[in-house]
Design a protein around this ligand. Structure first.
Ligand code: BTN
Length: 251
């Protein structure tokens, strides 16, 4: 439920307006309402507190008012490039977070990890309105939180670096990185695999691929130009799609 809203003009190329709400159920769900209500391309919806956050694969995203939870709303002309958008935005964000710590890495397709723990995740959704295609890219990052109530190992920036952060400062940095990620896609990204080798944490690592009820081990070999992950298992080489599988490190 939106209690109060403040609007800040940002001046990035494709991230222009920041709307700040005290409390929302899910910024992705609310973002869709803002699109229907006629908001402009490059609007960001930030909830200081999110009460019913959604993660990938119908999971719940647990956060509190020490985390960042926001969604970027983009009108996106090229349907064929949509699967790549969360990947390039993830790369843009990790690149810029290296100004805080170079330990942040992208775990394919677009999770942010430090070491063997999750720092943040993204939930990309899309909708059509009056013939326009819109992307809602929801991002959750643990900034100062100390963990409770999560079913996998996670870490916050504060835990990683040993200092508290002002959430708005981190948000502004992340939005600059996300804007770079959007431009990367617009301009054409010919070296996706090299970028994942540089900023990712899994190429040549053994992973567990989870595909519905099926789980199998493979070595991650490369990120293909269309965003699929090339993996090698006992059955040979095959590619997997971000929307169809999730991957875990083998521990
Ligand atoms: C994942 O790793 O499963 C994705 C998590 C995405 C969480 C963010 S928080 C802001 C936005 N609003 C939501 O309801 N979910 C995303």
């Amino acid at each position: 439920m939106a209690v109060d809203v403040r609007t800040v003009n940002l001046g990035y190329k494709n991230i222009l307006t920041l709307e700040i709400y005290d409390s929302l159920d899910s910024t992705n769900t609310f973002g869709k309402q803002r699109i229907r209500a006629g908001c402009s391309h490059g609007t960001v919806v930030w909830a200081l507190e999110q009460t019913a956050g959604r993660g990938r694969r119908d999971r719940t995203w647990v956060s509190n008012n020490t985390s960042l939870t926001f969604s970027i709303l983009w009108r996106f002309p090229d349907y064929s490039k949509i699967p790549l958008l969360p990947l390039t935005v993830g790369l843009g964000i990790v690149q810029i977070l290296h100004t805080i710590t170079e330990d942040v890495r992208v775990k394919w397709p677009n999770d942010l990890w430090i070491g063997s723990k999750k720092l943040g995740g993204m939930l990309g959704e899309s909708m059509m309105l009056n013939g326009d295609l819109w992307v809602i890219l929801g991002i959750g990052i643990n900034v100062n939180r100390h963990g409770e109530g999560l079913d996998f190992p996670h870490v916050s920036l504060q835990e990683a670096v040993g200092e508290r952060f002002i959430r708005f400062g981190v948000l502004n940095l992340i939005l600059e990185g996300a804007d770079r990620g959007f431009s990367m896609l617009e301009e054409g990204v010919s070296d996706l695999n090299e970028r994942f080798r540089q900023y990712g944490n899994f190429i040549d690592e053994t992973i567990v691929v989870i595909e519905g009820e099926k789980r199998w081990e493979a070595v991650a070999r490369a990120v293909l130009p269309d965003g699929r992950l090339l993996v090698e298992s006992v059955d040979g080489l095959q590619s997997v799609l971000p929307d169809e599988v999730s991957v875990r490190f083998r521990h």
